[in-house]
Every structure is written in structure tokens, then in C-alpha cells.
Design a protein around this ligand. Sequence first.
Ligand code: FES
Length: 102
Amino acid sequence: ARPWRDLVAVAELERGWVTRVDLGARSLAVYDTPTGIHVSLALCNHGGADLCDGFFDGHVIECPLHQGAFDVRDGRPVSAPATRPMKLFETRVRDGMVQIRA
Ligand code: FES
């Protein structure tokens, strides 16, 4: 497995919302949900919009471009035109830091 690496401090996340974090050349979306933190690629797999500019509610991120939506807990598409699961990263919190395997 890939090593865990620090991504962002939990304290820097917007509560109950989505926060964009750049990791090298990639932009990631970090979701603060009522049941934990989840991390995906920021690019929507439908048409490449930035999910961090979308609307986030509970566990569902809605894309700003065509309103496709995904459940951030497992990445599954929950609203058209999104049809493919989004890429999620294995995520944990250690000592106040969000860590992912990447
Ligand atoms: Fe996200 Fe089309 S780009 S739904």
C-alpha cells in the first residue's frame, strides 16, 4: 500500500462543507461530513468541473456544471448525468491532520 501522508489540518477545513487542497499537481476535495472526513479528486469525472465549487449537503456533493451528484462516502453517482463512481482516497485523521494514501 502507498504510505500515509499529511494533507491538511482538520482545523483548516470548512465545517460541514468541501475544502479544496492541492497536492502536487492534483487538486483534491476534502469533505467534512457528520460522520467523518472523505477525500476525492476535485475534478468531476463527468466533464471536468471543479467539485469544490459545487454544493455540499450532508454526504452528497453536487457538481456546479451539470448538477450531477456523488455520495462522498463511497463515491457512487447518485444523480445524473454522473454515471461513474468518483475516485476516493483512503483517508484517516491522526493528531489533528487529515491523512490520505496517495
Ligand atoms: Fe460534473 Fe458534468 S461536469 S456533472
